[in-house]
Design a protein around this ligand. Sequence first.
Ligand SMILES: Cc1cc2nc3c(=O)[nH]c(=O)nc-3n(C[C@H](O)[C@H](O)[C@H](O)COP(=O)(O)OP(=O)(O)OC[C@H]3O[C@@H](n4cnc5c(N)ncnc54)[C@H](O)[C@@H]3O)c2cc1C
Length: 190
Amino acid sequence: MPRDYENQAPTAFQRRPHLTQDDNWIRAFLKEAKIGHIASAIDGQPFLNPTMFWLDEENHQIVFHSNVAGRVRSNIESNPRVSLEASEFGKFLPSNVALEFSLQFRSAVIFGTARVVTDPVEARRLMYSLISKYFPKLTAGKEYREITDKELRATSIYALKIESWSGKENWAERADQSDEWTPLDEKWFE
Ligand SMILES: Cc1cc2nc3c(=O)[nH]c(=O)nc-3n(C[C@H](O)[C@H](O)[C@H](O)COP(=O)(O)OP(=O)(O)OC[C@H]3O[C@@H](n4cnc5c(N)ncnc54)[C@H](O)[C@@H]3O)c2cc1C
């Protein structure tokens, strides 16, 4: 029977508690994770958008951007409630029973409210910080041109205020195996 989730926080009841990670782990993971998927929704239709992002630790928010005209902007303006997922994976993990096939993974899921950053000073600061995550050695005004007013008008910079988050990691060397079936040959684990 599915659980009754009415009036429960979106991060409640993580199904495998031993894989659940704490706030420090989530923070460290989000600082390193490269790609996030922003979920927005309008008229009951969910949308996913892959994006670069930056964890602004000081303000407990996620910064990302899109073009000025587009679904992400339009959806968020109509409904600022969003979610973001980021993950990475390692080895694929075989098993001798179907439902134990797995992979090494670590991931975080965030729930919160996004706003379009309209103050140009704040927008530039956040945009430069986002760029620095991916290109820490490049500086605005040195290797690349500073953001012009026209460029700023053509983009949307968002600040996603984090309301709740969860982290999960399964980096086991092997998936569970059953002793009620012939063991897998070692070659499958190579
Ligand atoms: C790994 C990755 C990282 C990215 N990082 C950024 C980033 O940091 N900033 C940025 O502005 N863009 C980034 N993009 C592109 C981004 O996913 C969107 O295409 C872009 O932000 C425009 O979104 P939109 O909703 O305004 O597009 P719209 O063109 O308005 O979207 C309309 C429809 O087009 C389709 N669509 C839009 N984007 C995609 C897509 N990526 N793949 C397939 N279908 C799509 C969907 O059906 C969507 O509903 C990234 C893409 C990838 C794959």
